[in-house]
Design a protein around this ligand. Structure first.
Ligand SMILES: *Cc1c(COP(=O)(O)O)cnc(C)c1O
Length: 335
């Protein structure tokens, strides 16, 4: 099967499983799991922060960050298309009493600086207290321009706010830009990194921040479900991924470009420009159901919609991209 639905579908390799099997373990709620401690230290260092906290998911990591930055009655500014606003069940509002202030994302994934500045509310009892700006990088597979982040950071300083990065795919951004993760994360107060997307682990995210932020975050983690005890079995997968699966993200980007070029050559399809590992292709509505069935019959798993998202990852090879393209081509030759 060639599964192009998401980069979350990867299975741990034999070598990653061996690393998990052999990991030294302890009770992480006592702070005694050496593998979790090492993972937290390594991710903090790689992203340029004092401290980090291992959590089960990116959703929990972002929620902990929002609740650590914001109090009840505060608000955070985020893009309409941001995971922290659109795809996390409204958790910040439901569990944190934090008001989201969503703003339109521009075609490049950014939020216009003027829109941000206009949405920052003055100190007035009528308004929620604007406390935080949350960005996402990559967003929809697009890399935020580094200069843009600097401009947002300037607003953050000017208005005394904080800046959070949903860096679920921040390693994709760093590889694409030819920068270190530390450089990409430099202007943020906190960053959430997913290990279970392109890095290919079965589970886990890491929230980075300064020491006091992470201490406060740990209390929210407890309230949101708690720590995971001998979580070193999962943290070991993260350490393995950081060593072996970062540079190879360039392969995923190459495969996405290969996929986009092949799909773009099909007359009935329109492909959006591709930067990293996510391809968006526009499929005529009349063909969506039949195309999905055709692909399934040819071992290609994808959810075909008028705007279809296809994602490359470490379990899809260049040859398999070729096979997937052949299935698309065969369908549209007869369509
Ligand atoms: C996947 C994802 C998350 C959430 O991660 P989960 O581990 O699935 O909860 C957050 N932000 C972005 C941008 C993501 O792609």
């Amino acid at each position: 099967m060639i599964d192009l639905r998401s980069d979350t579908v990867t299975l741990p390799s034999a070598a990653m499983r061996a690393a998990m099997h052999d990991a030294p373990l302890g009770d992480d709620v006592y702070g005694e799991d050496p593998t979790v401690n090492r993972l937290q230290q390594v991710v903090a260092e790689r992203c340029g922060f004092e401290a980090a906290l291992f959590v089960p998911t990116g959703t929990q990591s972002n929620l902990i960050a929002l609740m650590t930055h914001c109090q009840r009655g505060d608000e955070y500014i985020a893009g309409q298309d941001a995971h922290t606003y659109r795809y996390e069940g409204g958790g910040a509002a439901v569990l944190g009493s934090i008001q989201p202030q969503p703003l339109s994302n521009q075609p490049d994934g950014s939020i216009a600086l003027a829109d941000i500045e206009a949405a920052i509310k003055p100190d007035d009892i009528h308004f929620a207290r604007t406390r935080l700006i949350a960005l996402e990088n990559t967003i929809g597979g697009k890399v935020l321009p580094p200069g843009y982040v600097t401009e947002v950071a300037r607003l953050v300083t000017k208005y005394g706010l904080a800046l959070h990065l949903d860096g679920a795919r921040v390693f994709n951004a760093a590889v694409k830009l030819g920068l270190t993760p530390q450089q990409v994360c430099a202007e943020f107060d906190s960053v959430s990194v997913c290990l279970s997307k392109g890095l290919g682990t079965p589970a886990g995210s890491v929230l980075c921040g300064d020491q006091s932020f992470i201490e406060r975050a740990k209390r929210w983690r407890k309230m949101l479900g708690g720590g995971m005890r001998q979580a070193g079995v999962l943290a070991a997968a993260g350490l393995y991924a950081l060593e072996h699966n970062v540079e190879r993200l360039a392969d995923d980007h190459q495969h996405a470009a290969q996929l986009a070029a092949g799909l773009g050559a099909i007359e009935q399809l329109q492909v959006e420009p591709v930067q990293t590992n996510i391809v968006y292709v526009h499929v005529p509505q009349a063909h969506t159901a039949a195309l999905e069935a055709h692909l399934t019959a040819h071992g290609v798993v994808a959810q075909i919609r008028p705007r279809t998202r296809l994602v490359t990852h470490l379990d899809v090879s260049a040859a398999q991209i070729g096979d997937a393209l052949a299935a698309f081509q065969e369908f549209f030759a007869r369509a």
